[in-house]
Design a protein around this ligand. Sequence first.
Ligand code: IPE
Ligand code: IPE
Ligand code: MG
Length: 246
Amino acid sequence: MDLKNSVLKKVLPKHIAIIMDGNGRWAKQKGMLRAFGHENGTKSVKQTVEACAELGVENLTLYAFSTENWNRPKLEVQTLMKLLVSSLKKEIKTLQENNIKLSAIGSLNTLPKKVYKELFEVIESTAQNTRMTLTLALSYGSREEILNTVKEISIKVKNNIISAENIDESIINEHLYTQNLPDVDLLIRTSGEQRISNFLLWQIAYAELYFTSVLWPDFTKQHLYEAIIEYQKRERRFGKTSEQLS
Ligand code: IPE
Ligand code: IPE
Ligand code: MG
């Protein structure tokens, strides 16, 4: 059976977020250095981006580097940053051809200059694209994001721009890095770990969670279709009863 066609028969998630995990273990299993895993992980990124665009998924958010990942060995951080620059350079063409808009969330000003510059070149040159928004979470931490939001709103309250009584969920949404994105419908994590690791805590409040033991460099379009099919089987009740929904 063609998995892609099955996926297209039902309602698609509007926003898929992925914790791309398992590069290091994948490399270790092969007796290689962790960097080899990261390099091969970029192939899965390409596959996933293409698959989502082809299906018609409107938003894809990929966790590429967390605030906690800065604590990894210096050499590994350097490798990841270099890989980011080379991937951006290489994939700008794919993004243009597929009409994909690139965006980024995180404390982007902490990224090395080279990464920042390349990132914003691609963001600017794809800004008019409309088929799908691909958001990279880079130096991203959800608690930091929420903390910044609280600070920004507090300053606005202090300066009488917002009144405290009027703070609601939409005001919080507008101050998060993800301000232009809808809530996450489907969160996928590869590598068998079943945790969130400081990713989109506010935005996944009602997301369907999907964990797979597949290591990220082995993740293909078919695995993505399987995850979406599983999502499509679930009943999203949002607190209501099953009877209310039918
Ligand atoms: C995910 O793979 C990539 C990043 C976190 C940057 P890991 O590097 O975490 O791989 P494992 O979890 O050690 O196998
Ligand atoms: C989460 O993976 C971050 C990314 C995928 C970028 P980690 O491998 O860093 O998470 P932990 O340490 O296992 O929670
Ligand atoms: Mg990991």
